[in-house]
Design a protein around this ligand. Structure first.
Ligand code: SAH
Ligand code: SF4
Ligand code: F3S
Length: 493
């Protein structure tokens, strides 16, 4: 094979972990001379960062791969790689289902990607290559853990989706083994990164202009690491990150209900930089279902936790995930999930139809016995209820002022810009004209308002005038323009 044309295409599905992984892999490949393209036809290196959490996410990737079959036949120089959770889970099955794939790289082996691409490209004859970690039962805990490497090289400033926000991984893997979930298999054993490493990463990011860090972990509040004889919890990390000059906001996702300890709630309450928002999925409102899911808490324990959150951090917003149509879910148990949404009034909830996943406890022990049309109806009922509650609670903000970290153009402004450039009209970059901008409040609500795009990266005071279930709509009251702030226009999608 020959030299690459320098054009890299990457498609990413799944959670924030995957977004971060893609960012880091692209950064590494840039060092090898690659540039990103949005056009898969123009690229000679194509990567798919995959998710296995539901079947739908896998289908999406297999159909994208299917579309490349003829392109690869026409141009065998193209290198096609599959990385991430589905790569770790399916391994050789990917080569069977999509024989034109050259490389399969699991979540714990991402550092290998540049080498594998280069080798594939220079090999005399075509050779499929695979780098995956051990299965959870394929060795001792230490061996399996060792085979999943956290991939956290330092980043270039221009690599981030926005210059002033960054994800920071604080742990990898998961040991909770909820019966429906593939993540413990695809991401391996729970391992917390060293606090000193995390802190130096945050300092570098702050020097590069980052103002908001979002700490990532599958169960981020289970973080614990002993360094220099001292146990560090997430709350300790928060106090340390709070000291880093330049950082203005600290957030973390996703929390596990059982590990929502008071020390963490106190840190969120006491640190001005801590965003007053917690994502703590309940998953179901019925104890029988929670037990079958092996979530490790009851509805009553979750209620106790919510009581502590509301008491400790008044006004804190909480969001949740729910699964509908899990094994044996009766109409009565479904009603209990609706009751839980009414009771806790989540800021928003991500609601998923149960999708049986091979290799999980639920797949081997529990029938997937709720018909698809019932799952769909229950899903819609929950969505409707949650949307109504979100809208009611958002309406409480009308007339109030919120402090917003401006992220960039709103979705509709991005669309308008795309239309204008397609029609070859010049789109005002906002030198004088205001466009619709978006950002998030301190309680993680999306806020849109008209303003100069140069405000991106600054904190603006917004008076809320109107709302929908997902968005507060407002006007700028005052603004804190920071000189020397980025004039880049980050596109928020
Ligand atoms: N670590 C996070 C979430 C990981 S997956 C946590 O524990 O909260 C994100 C969400 O996908 C989960 O919260 C769950 O609601 C949903 N999910 C996971 N496995 C699923 C499955 N097999 N079918 C449907 N939804 C699933
Ligand atoms: Fe999956 Fe449960 Fe772990 Fe979340 S806590 S990643 S749902 S096993
Ligand atoms: Fe999906 Fe893997 Fe994240 S399965 S949700 S990409 S951890």
């Amino acid at each position: 094979m020959s030299e690459h044309n320098g054009k890299l295409y990457i498609e990413t599905v799944g959670c924030q972990m995957n977004m971060l992984d893609s960012e880091l892999v692209v950064a590494a490949l840039r060092k090898d001379g690659y540039e990103l393209t949005n056009d898969p036809r123009a690229a000679d290196t194509l990567l798919f960062n995959t998710c296995s959490v539901r079947e739908h996410a896998e289908h999406k990737i297999y159909s994208s791969l299917g579309r490349l079959k003829y392109a690869k036949r026409k141009d065998p120089q193209k290198v096609i790689g599959v990385m991430g959770c589905m790569a770790q889970k399916d391994q050789d099955l990917i080569f069977e289902r999509a024989p034109h794939v050259d490389i399969v790289v699991g979540t714990g082996q991402l550092a290998e990607i540049p080498r594998l691409i280069a080798e594939t490209r220079t090999a005399e004859a075509r050779q499929q290559q695979k780098a995956v970690s051990l299965g959870r039962r394929d060795g001792s805990v230490a061996e399996v853990s060792g085979s999943f490497q956290s991939y956290d090289p330092l980043r270039d400033p221009e690599m981030r989706p926005t210059p002033f926000q960054a994800f920071v991984r604080i742990m990898i893997g998961c040991d909770k083994f909820c019966t429906y979930c593939v993540v413990p298999a695809t991401r391996g054993p729970e391992q917390s990164r060293k606090p000193s490493e995390i802190l130096s990463e945050v300092r570098v990011l702050a020097d590069q202009g980052v103002k908001e860090v979002c700490l990532l972990g599958q169960t981020v509040n289970s973080y614990k690491h002993t360094e220099d004889g001292r146990l560090h919890r997430l709350s300790d990390l928060m106090y340390q990150i709070d000291q880093v000059p330049g950082i203005e906001r600290i957030r973390f996702v996703t929390s596990y209900p059982r590990d929502m300890t008071d020390d963490l709630l106190h840190a969120v309450r006491d640190l001005d930089k801590a965003v007053k928002y917690l994502h703590v999925p309940l998953q179901h409102g019925c104890n029988d279902q929670l037990r079958l899911m092996k979530r490790g808490y009851t509805v009553e324990e979750y209620r106790e936790m919510m009581g502590r959150i509301n008491e400790t951090i008044p006004g804190c917003s909480v969001s949740s995930d729910f699964i509908v149509g899990f094994s044996g879910e009766t109409e009565a148990s479904h009603q209990l999930s609706l009751d839980a949404i009414r009771e806790h009034r989540f800021k928003n909830s991500f609601i998923f139809k149960y999708s049986e996943r091979g290799g999980t406890k639920a797949a081997s022990l529990l029938p997937d016995d709720i018909p698809e049309d019932v799952k769909k109806r229950r899903n819609n009922e929950m969505l409707d209820l949650q949307n109504a509650i979100s809208e009611e609670d958002n309406a409480e903000f009308i007339g109030r002022r919120v402090s917003v970290l401006v992220e960039g153009l709103s979705k509709s402004a991005v669309k308008q810009q795309a239309r204008a450039s397609a029609e070859d009209r010049s789109f005002s970059s906002g030198e004088t004209l205001a466009v619709q901008l978006m950002g998030r409040s301190e309680c993680d609500r999306i806020v849109v308002f008209d303003g100069n795009p140069r405000l991106s990266g600054t904190t603006a005071e917004i008076e809320v005038r109107d709302c929908t279930g997902t968005t507060l709509i407002g006007e700028i009251v005052t603004r804190e323009v920071q000189h020397g702030s980025s004039s880049l226009l980050p596109i928020v999608s």
